[in-house]
Write a protein that binds this ligand. Structure first.
Ligand SMILES: *[C@@H]1O[C@H](CO)[C@@H](O)[C@H](O)[C@H]1NC(C)=O
Ligand SMILES: *[C@@H]1O[C@H](CO)[C@@H](O)[C@H](O)[C@H]1NC(C)=O
Ligand SMILES: *[C@@H]1O[C@H](CO)[C@@H](O)[C@H](O)[C@H]1NC(C)=O
Ligand SMILES: *[C@@H]1O[C@H](CO)[C@@H](O)[C@H](O)[C@H]1NC(C)=O
Ligand SMILES: *[C@@H]1O[C@H](CO)[C@@H](O)[C@H](O)[C@H]1NC(C)=O
Ligand SMILES: *[C@@H]1O[C@H](CO)[C@@H](O)[C@H](O)[C@H]1NC(C)=O
Ligand SMILES: *[C@@H]1O[C@H](CO)[C@@H](O)[C@H](O)[C@H]1NC(C)=O
Ligand SMILES: [Fe+2]
Length: 572
């Protein structure tokens, strides 16, 4: 079938010849990723009522946890073939809702696929210009050309030509779940707002109870100036001023970062428009997944993990990952932006590292009156992790993809080694007067998905909670434990056992808490038999209660918790 060519075919032809200049990594991706089949998660559109499986829930724990993650990987197409998505990050997203009633000791659970129109377009083969994080579909040459053509028209020329492109479930948006998110002023005011977010400049409003997708919008709906293809899936939030901080990033025609805040009423304010570092050097568009906020500053980490070709590769092959490159021996910069006056204050270099997830950050004044920033994050010393994520949370196979002679692609090890640990939780101390990183310290090795008691944000607090990866050995299966770290002693306490895959823990303080760790952690755990919700005493990391959800796996990245009045308790 000939595409509806509103723009001349020669554009597509020219793109193809440009593409031939690149390394043919497409086939290598296919070879490495295609043996893996990822399992689908069943949908529970109608809520199910669950009773405690064991233990007891604190009577004060009443509220809703939302978690989001990839759920659908295998789509039966009308011609009988199956479109199998081979990268865990690219599964069509599901939102999961867990309503906990501590006084009744019950749990109500429902879940929903957030991208029904994408699924339908894949099923009926009517999709146009799909973009995945790492998955590269096997398609004919003609389909490849057609897809590249549509990506150019959709992403660059901003002409969306998908069937049902205005449907609220026509995009995959499923990395973070945020409650009480300010909506653009053209949206009707509502008491209970749930929004799903990802690393692209796109947000999806979802019904807080039924989880039905209701609207898609971009940050441009808040302010015309907020243009750009990318952003960070994790924003920052000041509970006191109720402002949200974020940025948009364009990779073409020139890399540019626009840092902004949105207030409670949905008004956006541009704080910095960055095209150069503070030393006037230009940067390549980096991949950024989260940023820090302190009382006075916004700090954006610019790692040497960049879109190497102004996004051309992404446009051609529809894979974000194949467009990324790790620049060996290049520094990571902390871009420090003032919350008060706005503007880029400094771009401070340190030894190159990459982070998905920042933890807390705070600013203090030392005895000489100099400003010191303390910035915690889960740091990887290179970009190899990017190729290791393709079966995150997926089924284990003893035929490890540890190839005997690993090579590199774009500065990252390939085929990837099996991931044996996360990065290290580190604290970077920055002297803002000197514009220098004065100390780098390991808080805890092998830790990611950091969360903490949000009543202590922007302060020199005591405890971080997160996940720890226990690598696969001949004897033991790969597992992920929960870990609590005392930031002063750097000692850790753990929860878990072999075969448990614990997801990011969400801290909920007890109502009359007087200490930082007086509260519980919520985590969704998968093991070989089932998926269950666990409530853990955060003071000693002992299990308090468990609800079995069902005989399946539900992979989720992140979540948020609101109390029974829908007030934010721990927000992502
Ligand atoms: C993109 O896909 C084309 C067609 O399969 C392939 O020839 C080319 O090498 C790919 N480019 C990259 C960078 O993977
Ligand atoms: C919890 O369950 C009890 C008993 O069914 C009910 O009376 C109460 O309203 C519920 N609490 C919340 C916050 O829904
Ligand atoms: C940050 O902004 C981008 C759009 O620029 C959006 O896609 C992303 O979801 C936002 N993240 C948060 C957490 O607000
Ligand atoms: C846990 O996740 C890892 C990969 O992240 C996977 O290899 C393992 O099989 C998973 N285990 C279960 C029980 O799901
Ligand atoms: C920060 O830098 C200033 C200026 O060089 C210096 O006087 C001060 O001692 C430094 N503070 C710390 C904690 O390093
Ligand atoms: C954490 O470490 C500090 C400093 O050693 C200590 O005072 C505190 O009791 C520790 N807390 C816990 C819960 O271990
Ligand atoms: C918290 O304190 C209030 C007021 O003293 C009391 O009514 C309530 O029962 C306490 N809640 C818990 C969970 O201890
Ligand atoms: Fe994340």
């Amino acid at each position: 079938m000939l595409p509806d060519l509103r723009y001349p075919l020669p554009i597509a032809g020219a793109l193809y010849f440009l593409c031939l200049k690149y390394d043919n990594i497409y086939k290598r991706y296919q070879a490495v990723y295609s043996p893996y089949k990822l399992a689908d998660t069943p949908e529970f559109q109608t809520p199910i009522d669950l009773k405690l499986t064991s233990g007891s829930v604190p009577a004060w724990l009443n509220g809703i946890m939302y978690r989001v993650g990839p759920g659908k990987f295998n789509i039966k197409q009308t011609d009988g073939s199956t479109f199998s998505i081979k990268h865990a990050f690219d599964g069509l997203p599901f939102m999961h809702r867990f309503e906990i009633n501590g006084s009744a000791q019950t749990l109500k659970y429902n879940s929903r696929l957030l991208a029904g129109t994408v699924e339908r377009n894949i099923r009926e083969k009517t999709y146009k210009g799909l973009v995945f994080f790492g998955h590269v579909p096997t398609v004919s040459f003609f389909k490849w050309l057609q897809e590249a053509y549509y990506r150019v028209t959709i992403m660059v020329l901003k002409i969306d030509s998908n069937k049902g492109d205005s449907e609220p479930d026509s995009q995959c948006v499923g990395v973070t779940a945020s409650t009480n998110f300010p909506l653009p002023s053209d949206c009707a005011k509502e008491d209970r707002v749930l929004v799903s977010k990802t690393d692209a400049n796109i947000l999806q409003k979802i019904h807080a109870d039924t989880l039905v997708p209701e609207k898609l919008f971009t940050y441009t709906s808040y302010d015309k100036k907020l243009q750009g293809q990318f952003s960070a899936a994790h924003h920052q939030f000041d509970p006191e001023t109720k402002e949200i901080f974020n940025f948009t990033l364009s990779f073409a025609p020139l890399p540019r970062m626009i840092v902004f805040s949105t207030s409670e009423d949905g008004k956006a304010k541009v704080l910095a428009d960055i095209t150069h570092r503070s030393d006037k050097s230009r940067f390549q568009a980096p991949y950024i997944h989260s940023l820090w906020l302190t009382k006075n500053y916004i700090i954006i980490p610019e790692s040497p993990l960049v879109y190497q070709d102004k996004g051309l590769n992404l446009l051609l092959n529809g894979s974000v990952l194949s467009s990324m490159t790790w620049v060996t021996n290049a520094p990571t910069y902390f871009h420090v932006i003032s919350r008060k006056g706005g503007g880029l204050i400094a771009s401070i270099p340190t030894t190159g590292f990459f982070t998905f997830h920042v933890a807390n950050g705070f600013d203090t004044i030392d005895k000489n009156g100099d400003e010191i920033l303390s910035l915690d994050c889960a740091a990887f010393s290179n970009g190899n992790i990017m190729h290791q994520l393709n079966k995150f949370g997926g089924l284990h196979s003893k035929q490890a993809y540890d190839a005997p002679t690993p090579d590199t692609i774009n500065g990252m090890s390939f085929p990837p080694h099996r991931q044996t640990c996360f990065g290290d939780m580190k604290r970077f101390t920055v002297n803002l007067t000197q514009q220098k990183v004065i100390n780098t310290e390991i808080i805890c090795c092998n830790m990611d998905f950091p969360r903490y008691n949000q009543l202590y944000c922007f302060t020199d607090h005591q405890f971080l909670y997160g996940c720890e990866l226990k690598g696969f050995t001949e004897k033991t299966d790969e597992s992920s434990y929960l870990v609590k770290v005392n930031l002063s002693t750097k000692s850790g306490t753990r929860y878990g056992q072999e075969g448990y895959n614990c997801s990011e823990p969400i801290f909920v303080p007890s109502p009359n808490a007087t200490t930082e760790d007086d509260g519980i952690l919520l985590s969704l755990v998968n093991n070989a038999e089932c998926c269950f919700l666990v409530v853990i005493d955060a003071t000693n990391m002992k299990e308090l209660a468990r609800f079995t959800i069902g005989q399946f796996s539900a992979v989720t990245f992140h979540g948020s918790f609101v109390d029974h009045e829908f007030k934010n308790i721990n927000l992502n």
